[in-house]
Design a binder for this molecule. Structure first.
Ligand code: E4P
Length: 220
């Protein structure tokens, strides 16, 4: 799983769970941190994580490429994965990046259709991010789309992994994984929803109380 945030405290707190392969960010998440973009990315790089996806921004392929080159300057430890929006410019840029550096990890983002997922997989993206909640909000069926992309990837033996993204509740996360996503990127509030289960907590409390009672009974 990946953690979808640009917040240092949330990253530090949640990586202790030992379930996250990396962190994903986007311009909206970084804006929330009210810090200069590269400074914030550097702070995230200081955390104990091996892969942090940063989205390249720009109007048109040349600007996207320039942003990619700027990001590469701080990518000295090769921990930064590049998020590329999947449209014509993005696909062309992915081709250039993979030609230059086949090891560069790429996440094709802003996927709202099976068409984009198929093109991004053929372009050699390491991951693709279908936007689950945003698709549902636009009367699209994210689970059908994920399942179609997964079938395409498996049938052709492609190596792209589907990373479900854009979640507003934990049921969406489970449905995404059951539809065939290889992994998901989830924001801290959904991690909390998945960890904090009232029924489990009250059962754990009862066991704890009974263990104390047993302890007192033995001492009597
Ligand atoms: C992650 O890669 C996406 O940018 C993110 O999950 C989008 O989430 P949102 O729809 O909540 O903005």
């Amino acid at each position: 799983m990946f953690l979808d945030t640009g917040n240092i405290l949330e990253i530090a707190r949640n990586i202790k769970l030992g379930i996250f392969e990396g962190v994903t960010t986007n311009p909206t998440l970084l804006l929330k941190e009210k810090e200069e973009r590269f400074q914030q990315i550097n702070k995230i790089l200081e955390q104990d994580i091996n892969l942090i996806f940063v989205q390249i921004v720009g109007d048109g392929k040349e600007q996207l490429k320039k942003d990619y080159e700027k990001i590469q300057k701080i990518n000295t430890e090769k921990k930064i994965g590049i998020k590329v929006p999947i449209n014509r410019d993005g696909l062309e840029l992915i081709y250039d990046i993979k030609e230059q550096d086949p090891e560069q990890s790429i996440l094709g983002t802003a996927i709202y259709s099976a068409d984009q997922g198929i093109l991004a997989s053929l372009a050699g993206c390491d991951y693709i991010a279908p936007y689950v909640n945003r698709m549902s909000n636009n009367s699209l069926d994210p689970y059908r789309i994920i399942s179609q992309i997964r079938t395409f990837i498996d049938d052709r033996g492609l190596t792209t992994k589907i990373m479900g993204a854009s979640f507003k509740n934990s049921n969406q996360v489970i449905d995404t994984l059951m539809a065939g996503a290889h992994t998901v990127t989830i924001p801290p509030d959904i991690v909390e929803q998945m960890v904090h289960k009232e029924l489990a907590l009250s059962a754990i409390q009862v066991f704890h109380d009974h263990e104390k009672q047993l302890d007192q009974w033995i001492k009597r």
